[in-house]
Design a protein around this ligand. Structure first.
Ligand code: NAP
Length: 293
């Protein structure tokens, strides 16, 4: 463990163990990888936290639940679908910390869900925003202040490459445009949420985990997966456990409003400022998309 991770872990332990009442935590994508490690980290620092993980893999959830403190819960949902997100959020009656780590790595082109949203964009962007929107009333009333963490990529979004004429990429989809829309829209969305006066008790953090040794590449074709797995095996990237501490550290360090943090949980300084009218435009598009199903 590096000195940076050690310092982040100590800080997380200090903050999380002193929260009263213990926090209600929801980790979407908590059955695997970074989300799983975030859930375990919070449980370790605050065993009386109420931790709920959301995903589809019930057997993975059963394996991890006994390690999630005294009040663990698993809610099964396919979170690529707005209908399932609406249903699963109705089962949650308190949340202080919402962590969004659901995602996939794929080289397949546009793959519409049954709701006609591209699967990757649904997981990496639209569904995440819907989780926030549905849970905001609970986050706003959090006694210690609500916290939302988006684990995606706060560094590489490029607003100048957004296709404003095809924001959902129904006609001009490419892997790079889908990646850029998910990252850039997340940057815009957290700025929008933080600008709303009713959300002053909630912070929004978009974090970049860097390369993390998880199984996210398992569905890539062999020729793409093999070199990546070899690089990971010889030391590329960080462990999910170290990444989780740094992501949680970044989230807890956001004191108000929104913040973009890097792979060490530090503020990203070289960020192109977003224009207010573009923030409004992204929000208008997003709210239309997530309410139309
Ligand atoms: N690993 C990296 O190097 C890296 C780098 C940069 C960014 N990221 C981003 O960080 C996030 C987490 O990555 P990871 O490496 O931790 O991935 P991972 O180990 O593959 O975990 C992904 C999680 O997403 C959940 N998920 C995927 N599709 C779902 C669906 N349709 N419904 C419900 N849950 C679903 C999975 O749950 P179930 O299997 O239970 O459905 C799993 O818990 C991703 O968004 C990824 O893009 C990762």
């Amino acid at each position: 463990m590096t000195a940076t991770v050690r310092a982040a872990t100590a800080s997380n332990a200090r903050i999380l163990s002193s929260l009263q009442p213990p926090p209600n935590v929801v980790v979407v994508g908590g059955t695997s990888g970074i989300g799983r490690a975030v859930a375990l980290s919070i449980a370790q620092h605050c065993p009386s936290a109420h931790i709920t993980i959301i995903g589809r893999n019930e057997s993975a959830a059963i394996d991890i639940l006994p390690q999630l403190g005294s009040n663990p819960k698993f809610l099964r949902a396919d979170v690529s679908l707005t209908s399932e997100i609406r249903a699963v959020t109705k089962k949650i009656n308190a949340v202080d910390i919402l962590v969004l780590t659901e995602g996939i790595l794929t080289m397949t082109g546009r793959t519409p869900t049954t709701e006609n949203i591209d699967n990757k964009l649904a997981l990496h962007y639209y569904g995440r925003v819907l989780f926030v929107q549905e849970l905001l009333p609970l986050l706003r009333s959090s006694p210690n202040g609500g916290k939302v963490l988006f684990v995606l990529d706060s560094i590489n979004g490029n607003p100048s490459k957004i296709n404003w004429n095809d924001m959902a990429l129904e006609n001009t989809y490419s892997l790079s445009s889908a990646a850029n829309h998910a990252l850039s829209f997340t940057d815009h969305a957290i700025q929008y949420f933080a600008s709303q006066p009713e959300n002053t008790n909630v912070t929004f953090t978009h974090a970049y985990p860097e390369v993390v040794r998880t199984n996210i590449s398992d569905n890539l074709p062999f020729w793409a997966r093999f070199p990546l797995k070899c690089s990971l095996a010889i030391g590329l990237g960080v462990t999910p456990e170290d990444c989780a501490e740094l992501m949680v550290y970044g989230m807890l360090g956001t004191e108000k409003g929104y913040r973009y943090v890097d792979n060490k949980g530090r503020t990203v300084t070289k960020k192109i400022p977003l224009q207010e009218d573009m923030v409004a435009k992204v929000w208008e598009h997003t709210s239309r998309r997530i309410s139309s199903n």
